[in-house]
Write a protein that binds this ligand. Structure first.
Ligand code: MTE
Ligand code: MO
Length: 209
């Protein structure tokens, strides 16, 4: 497709999702899948990789790659919104539904926040009640294929109702905490909640802006 046709197609789809009430304020539709992260792309080693849960859980647990992949998975279609103002529509994901995942180890009633810990020291925080939504996954496939390394292979969280920085790539552990622990971007001045419909982008002037 020529550049002009591509632009027209993009505009047309954008108008459509706007009419449908699916385009949050200040966002525009992209047909690409931009890559954004801090630091390098971590190496995946299936021999040493594990997923862990710790903190306020009934039983701290870990899964190796084989065990993790064998857990019952679901497919969902959803829209994603990046704070850098792109939104992508009808994306298809496959992975373990957070709500199902927690049944494997049990969450203590005092747990109020989930902190995602990633390779490369990235963290991000989300209230537990948001994580129980029916669209929150520990995702390992996108549009039918395993995640590309730059999009978080082998596993990322997917929290579609928040700006995309809360969808943590290269996830290695979930911490269940009684107190909130602002993560990498949240400490740098991004909004702690990050709801795209309320345009919760920045909460204060951070170091860089
Ligand atoms: N581990 C990790 N996850 C991360 C980030 C990061 O720097 N490290 N960046 C976040 C940001 S700011 C965005 S916008 C999305 C981008 O995901 P994508 O590259 O798949 O589009 O990943 C999020 N998850
Ligand atoms: Mo981002």
């Amino acid at each position: 497709m020529s550049l002009i046709n591509n632009q027209l197609a993009r505009r047309k789809l954008e108008d459509q999702v706007r009419k449908e009430g699916r385009l949050p304020p200040g966002q525009s539709l992209t047909l690409d899948f931009p890559v954004l992260h801090y630091g390098g792309i971590p190496q995946f080693n299936p021999e040493t990789w594990d997923m862990r849960v710790f903190g306020l859980v009934d039983q701290e647990m870990r899964w190796n790659w084989q065990e993790f992949q064998a857990l019952p998975a679901v497919k969902i279609a959803t829209d994603i919104h990046c704070v850098t103002r792109w939104s992508k529509f009808d994306t298809e994901w496959e992975g373990i539904l957070f709500r199902d995942f927690v049944k494997l180890f049990g969450v203590k009633p005092e747990a109020k926040y989930v902190i995602a810990h990633c390779d490369g020291d990235y963290t991000t925080n989300t209230p537990l009640n948001i994580m129980y939504d029916d669209d929150v996954l520990l995702a390992y496939k996108f549009n039918g294929q395993y995640l590309a390394p730059e999009h978080g292979f082998p596993v990322r969280t997917l929290v579609p109702k928040r700006y995309f920085w809360k969808s943590a790539k290269w996830l290695r552990a979930l911490e269940f905490s009684p107190v909130d622990k602002p993560g990498f971007w949240e400490q740098a001045g991004y909004h702690n909640e990050g709801d795209p419909w309320r345009e919760e982008r920045m909460q204060r002037r951070g170091f860089f802006w």
